[in-house]
Design a protein around this ligand. Structure first.
Ligand SMILES: CC(C)(COP(=O)(O)OP(=O)(O)OC[C@H]1O[C@@H](n2cnc3c(N)ncnc32)[C@H](O)[C@@H]1OP(=O)(O)O)[C@@H](O)C(=O)NCCC(=O)NCCS
Length: 175
């Protein structure tokens, strides 16, 4: 080895609003992540829906490695979907996507968020618990393919701090 320093490659995750051009990549991740995947048309309908928050995350090499979808109605939010490509899991992207969507829910005045998760989905339950969600109910045989109970999880969301109010939405670009 010579004495010259090796170049350092820094991979920065970028979380941003989804665009129509992202839908094919999102649907491909969805298909490999779930036994009962949403159809492509469901993702297309979310683009431009004022109640929906549809974010994608990736980096300069793979612009769409994961995504999340939530809706905000009144003071309540529901996280409807989060998935990361199998190659990119356990690198922190799922957490960043969830942080970003919760930030946007808070920016829209949401004070409580709900979600459903398969009872056996340990990775997703771990992710949600790491962000303050706790189980509040069980829905028997809610899922199909395979049939399974859903756990309903809830998290209280704090109002944005003055700092977050100033810079919150800009954070999407550098999470
Ligand atoms: C759930 C999912 C989105 C997590 O994404 P990810 O990018 O791997 O998650 P992260 O690397 O950001 O991990 C964040 C936290 O989640 C938890 N977690 C993630 N994977 C886990 C696993 N396999 N086992 C236990 N906890 C796990 C941990 O608390 C982790 O924090 P840590 O790395 O500091 O321990 C991903 O596994 C996935 O796409 N699964 C298939 C789709 C799915 O089930 N979505 C949820 C539907 S309800």
């Amino acid at each position: 080895m010579g004495s010259r320093a090796r170049p350092v490659i820094v991979v920065v995750s970028v979380i941003r609003l989804a665009q129509a051009a992202d839908v094919d990549s999102v649907a491909a991740i969805e298909k490999t992540s779930f036994g009962d995947p949403w159809p492509k048309a469901a993702f297309r309908r979310l683009i431009g829906d004022p109640l929906a928050i549809f974010l994608v995350g990736g980096n300069s090499e793979t612009p769409v490695d994961g995504y999340t979808v939530a809706v905000a109605v009144g003071g309540e939010g529901e996280v409807l979907n989060v998935a990361v490509s199998s190659e990119a899991r356990r690198t922190g992207l799922g957490g960043k996507l969830l942080d970003a969507v919760l930030l946007e829910l808070r920016a829209r005045g949401v004070t409580v968020a709900f979600l459903e998760v398969r009872d056996s989905n340990a990775s997703a339950r771990g992710l949600y618990e790491s962000r303050g969600f706790a189980q509040v109910a069980r829905r028997r045989r809610y899922y199909v393919n395979p049939a399974e109970d859903a756990l309903v999880m809830r998290a209280a969301l704090a109002p944005l701090s003055p700092d977050e109010t100033r810079s919150g939405r800009e954070k999407f670009a550098d999470l």
